[in-house]
Design a protein around this ligand. Structure first.
Ligand SMILES: [Zn+2]
Length: 64
């Protein structure tokens, strides 16, 4: 059930991004409590020192 719910949320996010409408969950982590039917958003700050997506990326390709 949760996999289906998360899949629907992901599909809705992609459609909003493609169509350029609404707000997205970019930079946010969504916590789902299915027992209480509550959703919570937590802001996730970008790590400026990240070797993949930081200011000076060192990893620029997939590695085996
Ligand atoms: Zn990163």
């Amino acid at each position: 059930m949760l996999a289906g719910l998360v899949g629907l949320l992901q599909a809705a996010e992609i459609l909003k991004i493609i169509l350029g409408i609404g707000g997205t969950l970019g930079g946010k982590l969504v916590l789902i409590n299915s027992l209480s039917a509550e959703f919570e958003h937590i802001e996730v700050l970008k790590d400026l020192n990240c070797p993949v997506c930081g200011e000076n990326p060192e990893v620029k390709a997939l590695l085996d």
